[in-house]
Design a protein around this ligand. Structure first.
Ligand code: ZN
Length: 189
């Protein structure tokens, strides 16, 4: 679908999901067109200009670690948008103590971290989008449920393949609980 049509549909309220989810559209650059990472590129945080637009970053290579800029929100990991690109951020500080030393071995911790990273890699291959220049990426409206079920099923396979340890078992239970609690396909009680 071409961009003009998407914008027109948004104006008439048919298809505002990718453009306007929170009731407010953030812009990147001076043109006030809804943010498009393909054309808008680089933005600073926390610098919305007085007119509500966002300043472009001409030297993204000089920017600090993108993962230190977008709040984790308590997540174990997430895909963020920064400078028009998507990055996988992992937050071991938010992991349960059972998944990391000293309770878990370094090997278990690294293996769980790999599974958590792999979960985000699944999301990278999905139709997630950037609602703002610099923010957590979002699922398209209505797709979050299946996107997460697919990613958690991948995590389940990853966790199941790890050597047994208390940390591995704890992580596997967490994932299985998610699949059951959310009644993901194949996990109905
Ligand atoms: Zn996920």
């Amino acid at each position: 679908m071409n961009k003009q049509l998407v914008l027109l549909l948004c104006v008439v309220g048919v298809l505002c999901g990718p453009v306007n989810v929170m009731g407010e559209t953030k812009h990147c650059g001076p043109n006030k067109i809804p943010f498009d990472p393909d054309t808008e590129g680089c933005c600073h945080l926390p610098l919305p200009l007085p007119d509500g637009t966002w300043k472009k970053t001409p030297y993204p290579q000089n920017e600090p670690d993108p993962c230190s800029i977008v709040p984790s929100g308590g997540a174990y990991a997430q895909v963020i948008c920064y400078n028009g690109n998507k990055y996988i951020c992992v937050y071991p500080d938010n992991f349960p103590s059972e998944w990391k030393p000293p309770k878990a071995s370094q090997e278990t911790y690294e293996a769980i971290t790999n599974c958590i990273t792999q979960h985000e890699e699944v999301h990278m291959g999905q139709d997630i989008y950037c609602p703002e220049c610099t923010a957590a990426a979002k699922h398209p409206p209505g797709q979050g449920y299946m996107n997460e079920c697919i990613a958690y099923q991948d995590s389940r396979d990853c966790a199941f393949a790890l050597p047994y340890s208390e940390g591995q078992d704890n992580y596997l239970r967490y994932i299985t609980k998610y699949l059951k609690d959310n009644r993901c396909p194949g996990w109905y009680p």
